[in-house]
Design a binder for this molecule. Structure first.
Ligand code: SF4
Length: 393
């Protein structure tokens, strides 16, 4: 039984023999992808409040110090991002701020919101108004909130990180593998194209890595909703000195991800944290969201590579670099997918994977709609507007 799975009624068993088999995979057992994709995003760190205190994390701020972007600040960031050619508003969070964050809750109440999730929904609407597609990473969600937020998101995500219990998830309020799996399952039940991933080097072992990948696979096989799995090495920062995996270990775990996941699920490495060019032959086919206008607020010491560097990574593997929307192409409806991309199987409870508000934004006859449709069709990477790139919101 996976840790805390019973608390969430997660009926998921990973077979020991499958774990053994996946642990034996090496880079020689997989082949490189035939293309490399990325999305252009603007980070919108809606709040730095978080109920947890994971030891590798520099993102969260303590009560009294945490920030909360106002609706006007959200709009400004989105406008700068859209003007710079981004397609995605990446809403980052801690996890549902607890009662210690009195200032955050007081401000939300002043603004007319009874929870951070209600405010997120409004922030996503602002992003759509400004010409961007929301992709929210709000930590763990109930199925009810997943359903409500689905209506204004192109896709969503949460890192599983690991199915192991590790000391890095320390403190009196520890996040558990069971609750992360519960969130990934909630996304599946509510037909949300979903991004998840594993964090490598936080105290887990090889069997844990294999088990984590196989747990993600099992949920994807049930709901068809996992669009990509991030293989993210932990990196040293101001709060911790985790060394992260060496190159050989990272190559091996990326190969395990490629071998253990269905072929339609992308394997992503963040190019500011991992030596992406050295991992292409292990099966990486996506570089995730890269921002021309904002820092990586989760890992602020690690700068995004410029567009030329992304091209040079792709050139190393002799594959084309293709810009995508936050939603992977196979979840897009007919008329918006690039030629040759087969659609994902129809979702269980909706007409399609993309909600009406997001489809309306993509189809609108304005410059943003034209930009979004161009990227959806795979006509990228589109040029970056140089004038806007240096403007930090
Ligand atoms: S990793 Fe996420 S859940 Fe953990 S402290 Fe940081 S923001 Fe919170």
């Amino acid at each position: 039984m996976l840790p805390a799975a019973d608390a969430y009624d997660i009926d998921l068993d990973v077979d020991d023999a499958d774990v053994e088999r996946l642990c034996s995979v090496t880079p020689d057992d997989v082949t490189g992808a035939d293309r490399l994709t990325f999305a252009r995003n603007v980070f919108v760190p809606l709040t730095t409040a978080c109920r947890y205190t994971c030891t590798y994390c520099t993102y969260y701020d303590a009560p009294g110090e945490a920030s909360l972007l106002s609706p006007e600040e959200v709009r400004k960031r989105c406008r700068v991002g859209a003007d710079a050619g981004c397609t995605e508003a990446l809403f980052t969070f801690g996890d549902d701020p607890d009662e210690r964050y009195t200032a955050i809750h007081g401000t939300l109440e002043e603004w007319g919101f009874d929870s951070i999730h209600a405010y997120l929904r409004r922030a996503c609407e602002i992003a759509l108004e400004e010409g961007l597609l929301p992709h929210s990473n709000p930590g763990d969600l109930t199925e009810e909130w997943m359903a409500a937020l689905r209506e204004v998101n192109a896709s969503m995500g949460v890192m599983l990180e690991t199915t192991a219990e590790v000391d890095a998830h320390s403190g009196v309020r520890r996040k558990t593998p069971g609750q992360r799996l519960n969130t990934i399952r909630a996304a599946g039940r509510r037909d949300v194209p979903f991004t998840t991933g594993i964090l490598v080097g936080i105290g887990e072992g090889w069997r844990d890595r294999a088990e984590s990948l196989l747990a993600i696979r099992a949920l994807h096989e049930r709901y068809g909703h996992v669009q990509e799995v991030i293989v993210q090495p932990v990196v040293p920062n101001d709060r911790s000195d985790f060394e992260g995996p060496d190159s050989a270990a990272l190559r091996r775990v990326v190969a395990m991800a490629r071998a253990g996941l269905p072929s339609e699920v992308s394997v992503q490495v963040p190019p500011n944290l991992a030596p992406a060019a050295d991992l292409l032959d292990c099966g990486v086919d996506d570089l995730g969201g890269v921002s021309p206008v904002t820092d990586d607020y989760i890992n602020p010491d690690y700068a995004w590579p410029a567009m030329d560097e992304l091209r040079s990574i792709a050139a190393t593997g002799d594959v084309p670099l293709v810009e995508r929307l936050p939603t992977h192409a196979r979840y897009l409806p007919d008329g918006l997918r690039p030629d040759g991309v087969a659609p994902a199987a129809a979702p269980a409870a909706h007409d399609g994977w993309i909600p009406d508000a997001v489809l309306d934004r993509i189809r609108r006859d304005d410059p943003h709609g034209r930009r979004l449709r161009g990227v959806a069709r795979g006509d990228g990477p589109l040029p970056v507007r140089r004038g806007a790139v240096g403007d930090r919101p």
